[in-house]
Design a protein around this ligand. Structure first.
Ligand code: GTP
Ligand code: MG
Length: 128
């Protein structure tokens, strides 16, 4: 999981981690770090060429993010995705991070891996 720069800037990191912990998930690794453009490009490689790509990279690299490894039962990535809410906060359900705390598609506070395989790849990318 990543608390994106808007989450760090708005002081919402504690709120986001608190939700995960109250749910019963465990933070096993975390680091506040500014991500460089190359790493961001590799992280979001699947979106290269899309109209929002440049703003996505600009946003994720504009300030420190909190990179996190969250542990729980099998399928935890899915639990985290459900807690995040829809990509577009305008459509995200109340009770989700984005549905409660965000309004902008670019500034949607968090990233969560979308499969167990993505989680492995992303953990390897950010914590080599
Ligand atoms: P991440 O957890 O950040 O990967 O979000 P996601 O999995 O819910 O969405 P997706 O991987 O499809 O898109 C990655 C990020 O690109 C999103 O979190 C948005 O910030 C941004 N994004 C996706 N689609 C759009 C779009 O149509 N317009 C804009 N402006 N941004 C978009
Ligand atoms: Mg995604």
């Amino acid at each position: 999981m990543i608390c994106k720069p808007d989450a760090v800037e708005r002081g919402l990191v504690g709120e986001i981690i608190g939700r995960l912990e109250r749910r019963g998930l465990r933070l096993v690794r975390a680091e506040l770090r500014q991500v460089d453009k190359e790493t961001a490009g590799s992280h979001y490689g699947e979106h290269l060429g899309k109209p929002f790509y440049d703003s996505l990279i600009a946003h994720i690299t504009r300030g420190p993010v909190l990179l996190m490894v969250v542990e729980g039962p099998e399928g935890t990535w899915q639990v985290v995705r459900t807690m995040m809410g829809a990509t577009n906060p305008a459509a995200a359900a109340p009770g989700t991070v984005r549905g409660d705390l965000a309004l902008s598609m670019t500034e949607n506070l968090i990233h969560g891996s979308d499969s167990a395989e993505s989680a492995r790849r992303e953990i390897g990318l950010f914590f080599p």
